[in-house]
Design a protein around this ligand. Structure first.
Ligand SMILES: [Zn+2]
Length: 255
């Protein structure tokens, strides 16, 4: 199987409750053949795993305690730690740091991030990292723990992206690269070691142009990959194939 990759889709969030089957069908029709389903709740992950088990090559499931939920971490951790041992969980995420929404709990977030990295290492699974206004701290913690995984919806500089890829950390880009004012994301896309580049929607958020502001879904991936190919000056088909191979390799590189 080949096809497009969506490395970050919140398919089991409430926003897709009413049109789930149609969204899945549109993804298939658009040749989006591998999707990482992101779960931020344990019961959400169990539902996603039951669905993904029907076609495990096509669907992967990730679960993690999101930095905004740092207050629930103690309560949720035992179930999280048990769940990630399940072969139905492919990766741990999204985890990381968010100083945009939660500014007063930086230390707690850093501890939770480091703790989840160590838990991912124990079960030999890669991590998917959310970094918002916290790129340097994320980098430092990942370096300190020698963690492997991917930076989702990467918003840092091209220089920092090069530092991440040196540590075998993948860089995933989404709809932002299609936005008019997204010079930095396009610089990253142009400069990065292409064997570490991945595509994502972050749906239901971050719809690419010309759908900016609407509910996003996996079938929008071809618009993002077309933009990546244009930026790198290569045929779209080559870009698509490269990302497919990158994703396969990414899944086999545990934290
Ligand atoms: Zn997400």
């Amino acid at each position: 199987m080949t096809g497009y990759i969506d490395s970050h889709a919140h398919l089991f969030s409430e926003e897709f409750q009413d049109d789930f089957d149609a969204v899945i069908q549109r993804a298939k029709n658009s040749d989006v053949n591998r999707i990482m389903i992101m779960c931020t709740r344990m019961d959400e992950a169990r539902r996603a795993m039951a669905f993904a088990a029907e076609d495990p090559k096509r669907y992967q499931v990730a679960v993690g305690i999101f930095p905004d939920d740092v207050d629930h971490a103690e309560e949720w951790y035992p179930e999280f730690e048990e769940l990630i041992q399940n072969p139905g969980i492919a990766a741990v995420g999204e985890i990381g740091l968010d100083y945009h929404w939660v500014q007063d709990k930086k230390k707690e977030q850093q501890e939770l991030f480091a703790r989840q990295i160590e838990s991912a290492k124990k079960v030999h699974k890669p991590i998917l990292v959310h970094a918002r206004d916290a790129m340097q701290d994320c980098f430092d913690i990942m370096k300190q723990h020698q963690a492997k995984g991917l930076m989702h919806c990467y918003s840092g500089s091209a220089e920092m992206a090069a530092e991440f890829t040196k540590m075998h950390i993948y860089i995933s880009l989404g709809g932002v690269i299609t936005f008019k004012n997204a010079r930095r994301a396009r610089e990253v896309c142009a400069a990065i070691d292409s064997s570490f580049l991945l595509s994502e929607t972050d749906c239901p958020y971050m719809a690419p142009e010309p759908f900016r502001g609407t509910k996003n879904e996996p079938c929008r991936i071809p618009l993002i990959v077309a933009k990546m190919a244009e930026i790198r000056g290569i045929p779209e088909e080559d870009m698509k194939q490269m990302i497919y191979e990158n994703y396969d390799r990414f899944l086999k590189e545990p934290a």
